[in-house]
Design a protein around this ligand. Structure first.
Ligand code: BG6
Length: 572
């Protein structure tokens, strides 16, 4: 996730843009840049690193343009560097663009434009956009005042993926065009001036009046006017909304805290992580090229990570073993690195790290490399330390996680690991087409299913109010429900300081059951129809001992026993 700011008015744009970027820096900070128009020319200044590095560039204070766009980046394509920073400009220096989101068909578009003679200087997906605008602009033989707008519209209609765009053009130097699809963008209305941003907090100090853009809308802004269009360039009307948030609440998009905000960001994080990987005949994962021969000779997969990332690995163990028939071991990085793990050149070792900077995980990777194993990293940060050491790096696109307790990064990791398991199985040719098709459909449905679950949190709130003062809680589950329970238990400890343990349901009777007594709370997850009966008998064991049970299950599991025995059951 990156941050966008824009300004059009009578004031010097650069200080407003930099001020906005500073407020958005938490969304991405590997590079920053701004563009304005002066003397009929687009002027771009950008730098790798934090906004402060941009601010220190010589000449930045001399930018006097009163129209400008700005961006703070969290890399999704191409490492953090000046070339990969936004704004990007087309080959004719006529269109400058900043972009949030991911263009999934950029390879295809880049190929198309390269064949037409366009040259590219960055590794980003974004650079195709200004060049495509230029292409459509040149193709258009009508020379009216909507020519730039049409070129933008044609470009947007050619893009697959998500975008929030700000576009400057020398053909329309007193106007700015913005557009969005699946990536937020708002317009702040001022008096004789307009502000644009991906997030309200960046411009909240200038105005309280906002237009909130919807998907597939294109907007043309001048100093005094804001015109909205649909994707067919028909003009539409939008209401203005007054925002009364304080600055801190605005940074959290109105949520009480960053963790809650990030929980609600899960659908978007998953959509962006899945990207175009499932779009074509066989699964494609950028940055990964493993042959059938290599995969056939693997004796074992090691998954190594810390904390939440390690728990995502435990989910993957079940998936990989089931789909790929390769033995999988999951290990804690701080244990792995100090033993002498049995790995050789036929072991594939996978490291999961949201930040890509966890010392134990990096050390574990280096050890496996020394022993000759291939190393594959799953990270959320392009160019992070661990990705620089690995043979292969693939990415979740969850955006920066501000809350210490991981949520959207975990679910994105689980989804990417599932896709990786499917990729291996497809390469190995040990999965039938029907199964893979069904799995793909299930993954593509996930974001909207999560949206549904997040709409109905009242029951969870009610439950939390009942139990928040308790000292101990227990989580139970079987199979992947057990893996998810381990993460749930960690989250509870981290967030509420309630002592909590997670057990594989079948293990309960081998000792831990001694701790279950009157009024102890047990959270039982049972989403696998094949294991519901078994799990229910474990729930019965704890109910008999007086435990209060909160059941998390799936809507499609019809088992009267669940609801009959448990007043607190939650079907989602
Ligand atoms: C811990 C965090 O300190 O580090 C966990 O609290 C995280 O949320 C763990 O899972 C590992 O971090 P990373 O960046 O390597 O995934």
């Amino acid at each position: 996730m990156c941050g966008i700011v824009g300004y059009i008015g009578n004031k010097k744009a650069s200080p407003i843009l930099i001020n906005g970027l500073l407020r958005l820096e938490y969304r991405g900070y590997d590079s920053a840049g701004i563009a304005t128009i002066e003397n009929n020319k687009i002027k771009i200044m950008k730098n790798k690193g934090r906004v402060n590095n941009l601010y220190q560039l010589e000449g930045i204070n001399e930018l006097v343009g009163t129209i400008g766009i700005a961006h703070t980046r969290w890399a999704t394509h191409g490492k953090p560097s000046k070339e990969n920073s936004h704004p990007h400009i087309d080959n004719s220096n006529s269109f400058a663009v900043v972009h949030n989101g991911i263009i999934e068909n950029y390879h295809e578009l880049k190929k198309f434009l390269t064949e037409k003679g366009y040259k590219f200087v960055s590794d980003t997906d974004t650079e195709v956009i200004p060049n495509l605008i230029n292409y459509y602009f040149d193709q258009d033989k009508l020379n009216d005042d909507k020519k730039v707008l049409r070129a933008v519209k044609n470009t947007c209609n050619s893009l697959k993926g998500s975008y929030a765009l700000e576009i400057l053009s020398i053909y329309n130097k007193n106007k700015m065009i913005v557009a969005r699809k699946d990536s937020p963008l708002v317009i702040g209305k001022g008096d004789g001036e307009n502000y644009i941003s991906s997030d309200i907090p960046a411009i909240l100090s200038y105005t309280k009046d906002f237009y909130l853009l919807d998907d597939n809308e294109i907007v043309e802004l001048s100093r005094n006017e804001v015109k909205f269009y649909n994707r067919d360039l028909q003009e539409i009307q939008k209401p203005i909304k007054s925002i009364e948030w304080g600055a801190l609440s605005a940074e959290k998009d109105g949520y009480e805290d960053f963790m809650l905000k990030e929980i609600y960001e899960q659908p978007r994080a998953i959509r962006e992580t899945v990207g175009a990987k499932l779009d074509n005949g066989s699964i494609e994962i950028e940055g990964l090229e493993l042959s059938k021969e290599y995969l056939k000779n693997i004796n074992k997969i090691y998954i190594v990570a810390c904390g939440t990332a390690m728990y995502a690995g435990i989910v993957a163990k079940t998936v990989f073993e089931k789909l790929c028939k390769i033995p999988v071991e999951v290990d804690i990085a701080s244990e792995f690195r100090y033993r002498d793990p049995l790995i050789d050149e036929n072991t594939l070792s996978i490291y999961i790290s949201q930040s890509g900077e966890t010392a134990d995980t990096i050390a574990a990777l280096k050890l496996a490399k020394l022993k000759g194993a291939k190393t594959l990293v799953i990270s959320n940060v392009i160019g992070s330390s661990i990705t620089r050491e690995a043979d292969y790096s693939i990415y979740t696109h969850a955006g920066p996680e501000i809350a210490v307790a991981s949520t959207k990064a975990y679910t994105s990791q689980v989804v990417l690991l599932n896709i990786l398991g499917m990729y291996f199985a497809e390469k190995l040719e040990i999965i039938d087409k029907g199964t893979i098709k069904k799995l793909k459909e299930d993954i593509l449905k996930l974001p909207s299913q999560i949206e549904e679950v997040l709409k109905g949190t009242d029951q969870i709130n009610e439950f939390a109010k009942k139990v928040y003062k308790e000292k101990d809680m227990f989580f139970l589950g079987r199979g992947t429900d057990y893996a998810v329970s381990l993460e749930g238990s960690l989250k509870l400890k981290e967030i509420s300081y309630i002592h909590s343990e997670s057990y594989a349901s079948g293990e309960l009777k081998h000792g831990p059951i001694a701790l279950i007594e009157n009024d102890v709370t047990v959270i039982a997850t049972m989403t696998n129809p094949d294991l519901v009966e078994k799990s229910m008998s474990n729930v019965q064991e704890v109910v008999t001992r007086g435990a209060k049970v909160f059941v998390i299950t799936s809507e499609n599991i019809k088992n009267d026993g669940i609801t009959r025995n448990n007043k607190n059951s939650k079907n989602k």
